[in-house]
Design a binder for this molecule. Sequence first.
Ligand SMILES: Cc1cc2nc3c(=O)[nH]c(=O)nc-3n(C[C@H](O)[C@H](O)[C@H](O)COP(=O)(O)O)c2cc1C
Length: 202
Amino acid sequence: MTNNAQSVPLMLLLNASPRPAGRVARWLAAIESAARADGFCTETLRVADLSVQPCRGCMACRQSGRCVLPADDAQRTLAILKEADALVVGTPCYWGNVPGQLKVLLDRMVYGMMGESRRAVPVPLMQGKRAAVVATCSTPWPFNRWFRQSSGAVRALREVFRWSGIRLVATVERGGRQPARPLSSREEARCRRVVRKLHPHR
Ligand SMILES: Cc1cc2nc3c(=O)[nH]c(=O)nc-3n(C[C@H](O)[C@H](O)[C@H](O)COP(=O)(O)O)c2cc1C
């Protein structure tokens, strides 16, 4: 994966589900395929496959702009995100939030996504990028929203995007216990609409 040609937009897709053939994986595969058809260069990372040490909370990165921990997949993911025009995060809802592995990854990337002024005012470092979220959960609609289940995962990511300067342009929430299955043609059309909103040249 490289994005050599300036005109070819890059999309990073993060799959926060540890299930390789789960519901999130199916949505992301459909979005990736729609993105390629729309001219994106894509890279999908499964968060569960990454090796990422948890943040130590030393706050040294706020001054230095570097992480004190030995290089691991957090720095690698951050480097790809810096190059990317669009980010798609697919996440199952765990306890009304995102899975811990994704939270650990986002914590480790904070210094590259949000800086701080001398007075500790947040400085967004990812401006110009667009994002979409796909959140699944077992709580059926409309309770997945009323009780902030899939919506809880979306809320957590909205916070990250807001302070990083990333524009959240689309959210897909799917509740219910149905097993992972191929997307319907309606759902595939939804994926194409999400991709169009993510395209930097539109
Ligand atoms: C540890 C764990 C916690 C979960 N917590 C919730 C929850 O709080 N609310 C909910 O509706 N579903 C919860 N679920 C169900 C998942 O969100 C649901 O099965 C999801 O669609 C899985 O997506 P996947 O197939 O891509 O892995 C939980 C599942 C696990 C394994």
